[in-house]
Ligand binder design. Structure first.
Ligand code: ZN
Length: 160
């Protein structure tokens, strides 16, 4: 039997080590967490994307008493961006979160469903999305797109 090894490369840094442009999008996402509607979990997630023309769009998680009806910050943001700017590729995505205790120290990572939507967005625009996962102690920067977080992924290629 053969074995394959899947490798994920993630850069680890503090927010101060990010470029000014990356800090800008992280700050937009951190600011957005204040608009999160997370009355059930108390877990306030923000997201911000930078589009190909430089536009920054942010969003938050939106919960619902019927839990599955809510939506994560990443998908809220990407869907809104793609609705408003259907011809602008999403190039960077930043994700921070906080609770009543404050911002998370460790980087927050998108859930499986959001990873799948990020993948679809990359395919749609034929552009890998740089993903910045924010934590107060350190950030993870995924340079080459969501496939690093979603190995052996399913996409439209299988439908052809
Ligand atoms: Zn999610």
């Amino acid at each position: 039997m053969k074995e394959i090894t899947l490798q994920t490369n993630i850069k680890v840094c503090t927010i101060d080590e990010l470029s000014a442009q990356d800090r800008e999008i992280v700050e937009a996402a951190r600011k957005a967490t204040a608009n999160s509607y997370a009355v059930y979990s108390g877990f306030n997630v923000g997201a911000a994307v930078r589009l190909s023309d430089g536009t920054i769009v942010s969003g938050t998680n939106q919960e619902n008493a019927a839990y599955p009806s809510g939506l994560c910050a990443e998908r809220t943001t990407i869907f809104w961006a793609n609705s408003q700017y259907p011809d602008k590729a999403v190039e960077v995505l930043a994700i921070p979160a906080r609770t009543s205790q404050g911002e998370l120290e460790r980087p927050i990572s998108p859930c499986g469903a959001c990873r799948q939507v990020i993948l679809e967005t990359e395919k749609r625009f034929n552009t890998p999305i740089r993903i910045i996962l924010y934590g107060t102690k350190e950030c993870y920067v995924v340079e080459d797109g969501v496939r690093a977080l979603l190995p052996l992924s399913f996409d439209a290629d299988f439908l052809e």
